[in-house]
Design a protein around this ligand. Sequence first.
Ligand code: ZN
Length: 367
Amino acid sequence: MSGMDAVVDVSNVCWANDIAPGPKSPRLGRLRILTDAWRGLYGAQTRMELVVDRSLRYKIPPGERHEFDRMCRTGELVEVPYADPVMLSMAGERDLKVISRDKFIDLRRRHAWIEGAAERFYRWRVESGGLRFVPSGIVPVSGHVVSQAEEDKELTRDGLKDRKDVLNFAWKCVSRCALSQLWPDRILLWPVVDRETGAPVCPDRNCRRPLVKVGARKSARQIVVARRDDGTEIVRFPLEAGDCVEIGRGALSHGINLDGLGDQHRQAVAAVSRHHLLLELDDRLVLSARDVGSSHGTEVQRWTGQALGDPRRLAAGEEVRLNSPDRLVLAGAVVVRMSGRRHSPDVEYPESGDAGGASTAFADPKQ
Ligand SMILES: [Zn+2]
């Protein structure tokens, strides 16, 4: 194995018009130019893992499909539903270089090693003598920037992107599923969009029945709850202006029951108290938080502009205001933070200077 063995983001390369100009479609020929250039620099024996999104198969010109199939059959191409996570796992486990123009922002939490290994990420540059390889420019990003990228992916995946007809309303489930029992008036989580009908359905995995509209949603902030040990997200939900929600364990009528969100998290959330934290969003979309008498406490960590500062334990009853990159840690085990996005329906925005908020379901934050 050579120190320059690499994994290649095949879709990214095949779409790159600068490698070989041509019509706006992906071309396998560009991949060949790139692998030849890399091996020309680092030796013919350099291993290159070629990982490709399944969707590329349908986008390459018909004339190249035969070649694409051949490369998949021989194992030259590794075809997977989504290439990014597979590539990063390969690179992480086998210490490979990564060739891509992608910055993998939405995967920074799951692959925390990326930011400490910027020198392993390369992109190409076209120069007169052929392709050159330069650092792709991986730099650390804050949690809320990662959140935005994750949310974009999540909205697209859940079919909610550009669905203001869904995002701008509150919904309830009228079946007798677990979520409707917990929140009979309105489901606190985002709906899921049914792939076939396009209708909003219950986010309870075992339910998925069509939801009933209960009125317009006010402007909201999105709250993310994640495990501290490995960063895995437990839940994200919108908190509307003028509303409050409790986070704890057990059936909380206006709250998030961390025990009810998957057996895989039960151990991680075990130290959180039954009544732990109260979150409140005021009409100006300012979020405040209060520990409501938990056994193992709540700490606040402020974002300094570079990194998160040292944790400070909240006194009993103390209320703190949170900016979006700050975070709270419950019982040393569960992280609560705002995501980088705020949700704003098509109404006049309560803060000045946020005109962009009117045209999109998610407005970029003004941080
Ligand atoms: Zn339901």
